[in-house]
Design a protein around this ligand. Structure first.
Ligand SMILES: Nc1nc2c(ncn2[C@@H]2O[C@H](COP(=O)(O)OP(=O)(O)OP(=O)(O)O)[C@@H](O)[C@H]2O)c(=O)[nH]1
Ligand SMILES: [Mg+2]
Length: 640
């Protein structure tokens, strides 16, 4: 029985680094039994060209080795492998000591924020003890002041096997120091290979940088935002049910051709990450690099992706060697980046590593000269608490920020976003204008919307004294497109609750706002009413009534509306209006008729009974039908 099978293994990714031919791949083979070179061309030329992989399980640690090429032309492949590593195995041949790519790979590890490592002095069989001693001194000097200061420096020989056991022990010791992985964050796996396996279909591989994924789950392929099903998983060449942060993983995906997927793409938890062409960053220039000019073009590498970027320096002045600054990158292709991701930049030509840094905002906007709050905002993204960052996001997005965007820009969990929203809402700094999906607005912006609403309603009343209120939809569109419907709805609710506005079905009005008529309007209103009262059932047309009025037509129309709303007048058909008192006489008249002549009445008889002209008799009868005072029966009506 295998007693260790139930003990959870710690997953640690070790990446090699070092100059060409210094024995990286050979050392991996000596440690794991697997030679990482897999391409025909690699075997023929005896050099590593692309990333190679090997695995080793030792004393509770599951090592995933990523072997990188040392050749200067393949540094970009090295970068794709180096982005997910926990430990670096820096390989320096004892007979050659420190060379160009030793330095470049080491710079890259530093810029990527690798925290730990072990140094191998390979080919120890080729040098004597004195040379070995000198190389060791060189190396100690080289790593002084860096994360590798004090790291073990171990002579090894793949040829004789000397030092290999010590190397394993050192890796295990270093692995025990490496931090726990964040499996709680949302799943993300930058793809380094995509191929097809007979009988299975498309398989992608990479190192899981955060979260976990299970067989049967959906993942999103980015930047194309395509949702795919996970059919199978492998880790360390074994079939598994789940892969998680810190593991080398192979993922069998259904619904896509392997040729549609390339290195640099990402599989991730659906809806949690974005893809963009602009990023705000903290950029550090290597002391050995030449000054970097504003708007210079560079090669940009992050995760397993690479593209070309244009560098925007905020004050326009060049960045000096060894200095760091807040900067903005305009990328040639859409990349999937996360807050805090490390990146590397290389000079456009000749191609050498010149700097790197961390992503602050992976969904950045084009920098604007007039945007004076930008630097403070970026500093908040860099150093602020969750509350600070959420406030900064809300303040800079007066339209409001939806949950999805907050998560894609910060890498927080949904629960963290909701938590920060809650605490800021209690402090009256933030307002959730919608809960599902969550959309937040700074309280300041929200209050501005409320003020604007009140002012709009006030103005409406002033401009339309004869109307009871503004239609809700008109009020919303009057705010323009810079206010979301959710913000409008919430602001209106709040104002109604605070009794600052009143809502009557679809009309919004100021409370206590009654229509006040001028004496002239009052007279006109009475005149309209009396005209209809006098006409009784022989009503005039609206046009005729208006023709006699002293006030202009628009005002007369409003006064008519008021009379209709008060139900003093009743609209029987679009053209036909009666005084309510006249209509009230009809049921009595009909009942008398019924008693005297029976329940059926024709149009001519009705005309005679009511004294109404023929033109108006039909619409009026139809009105009586609707009122259920009569019922149509052929050409006649039955009085009910
Ligand atoms: N004598 C001796 N030769 C070694 C040792 N390790 C590697 N070599 C030889 O050095 C050469 C290069 O080794 P690799 O492992 O391919 O070197 P690498 O660093 O992986 O090279 P790239 O991947 O191309 O950068 C090979 O011919 C190895 O046989 C060693 O410990 N002793
Ligand atoms: Mg190699």
């Amino acid at each position: 029985m295998n007693l260790t099978s139930n003990v959870p293994l710690k997953s640690v990714i070790v990446g090699t680094a070092g100059h060409i031919d210094h024995g990286k791949s050979t050392l991996i083979e000596a440690l794991t039994g697997t030679h990482p070179d897999r391409l025909e061309e690699e075997k023929r030329r005896g050099i590593t060209i692309d990333l190679g992989f090997a695995f080793l399980e030792e004393t509770g640690v599951r090592f995933g080795f990523v072997d990188v090429p040392g050749h200067e032309r393949f540094v970009k492949n090295m970068l794709a492998g180096a982005s997910g590593i926990d430990l670096v195995l820096l390989v320096i041949a004892a007979d050659e000591a420190i060379r160009t790519q030793t330095r470049e790979h080491f710079d890259i590890c530093r810029l990527l924020g690798v925290q730990q490592g072990v140094i191998a002095l390979t080919k120890s069989d080729l040098v004597d003890a004195d040379t070995l001693g000198l190389v060791r001194l060189d190396v100690e000097e080289f790593v002084k002041g860096s994360f590798l200061a004090g790291a073990p420096i171990l002579p090894v020989s793949a040829r004789t096997g000397a030092g290999i056991a010590e190397m394993k022990a050192a890796l295990i010791a270093a692995a025990s120091q490496s931090g726990e992985k964040d499996t709680a964050r949302y799943f993300r796996l930058p793809i380094d290979r995509s191929f097809s396996v007979k009988g299975f279909g498309t398989v992608v591989t990479g190192t899981v940088v955060s979260g976990q994924a299970d067989i049967g789950e959906d993942v999103e392929l980015l930047p194309m935002h395509q949702v795919l099903r996970v059919r199978g998983l492998h880790s360390g060449r074994k079939a598994v049910e789940r892969v998680q942060a810190g593991q080398r993983s192979a993922m069998n995906l259904s619904g896509i051709e392997h040729t549609a997927i390339q290195r640099g793409m990402v599989v991730a938890a659906p809806g949690r990450f974005g893809a963009a062409r602009r990023a705000d960053v903290r950029l550090e220039l290597l002391p050995t690099a030449p000054p970097l000019k504003h708007r210079a073009q560079v090669h940009f590498h992050a995760g397993t992706a690479e593209t070309i970027a244009e560098v925007y320096l905020h004050d326009g002045a060049p960045l000096l060697p060894g200095a760091s600054a807040l900067a903005h990158f305009k990328l040639q292709e859409e990349l999937v980046l996360g807050h805090g991701d490390r990146f590397i930049i290389r000079q456009f030509s000749p191609v050498v590593t010149i700097g790197g840094g961390a992503i602050l905002d992976p969904l950045a906007r084009r920098p604007a000269r007039k945007d004076t709050g930008r630097i403070a905002y970026l500093k908040t993204l860099e150093k602020g608490t969750h509350d600070d960052i959420l406030m900064a996001l809300a303040e800079r997005n007066i339209l409001g920020v939806p949950l999805r965007e907050i998560i894609a820009r910060t890498g927080w969990l949904e629960s963290e976003v909701r938590g920060a929203t809650e605490s800021l809402a209690q402090l009256k700094q933030l307002r959730a204008v919608s809960r599902e999906p969550l959309v937040v607005l700074s309280e300041k912006t929200f209050l501005e919307i409320c003020e604007k609403l009140l002012a709009r309603v006030e103005r409406f009343h002033k401009e339309n004294p004869l109307l009871p209120g503004i239609a809700r939809e008109d009020l919303r569109t009057s705010l323009g497109r810079r206010v979301r419907p959710e913000s409008f709805r919430t602001a209106l609710d709040v104002l109604v609750q605070q009794k600052k506005l009143q809502l009557q079905t679809e009309l919004v009005k100021s409370p206590g706002r009654e229509i006040t008529l001028t004496p002239e309007e009052l007279r006109a209103k009475q005149q309209i009413e009396q005209t209809f009262a006098k006409a009784d059932l022989a009503v005039p047309s609206v046009k005729e009534v208006f023709a006699q009025m002293a006030v202009e037509k628009a005002r007369a129309e409003n006064l008519l509306q008021i009379l209709l709303r008060e139900k003093t007048l009743v609209r029987v058909s679009p053209e036909l209006i009666f005084h309510a008192a006249a209509l009230d006489r009809l049921p009595g008249l009909l009942q008398q008729y019924k008693k005297a002549k029976g329940e059926r009445i024709g149009v001519a008889a009705f005309k005679e009974l009511s004294g109404i002209s023929r033109k108006y008799a039909i619409p009026l009868l139809e009105y009586l039908d609707r009122q259920r005072l009569t019922r149509r029966a052929g050409d006649e009506r039955v009085i009910l």
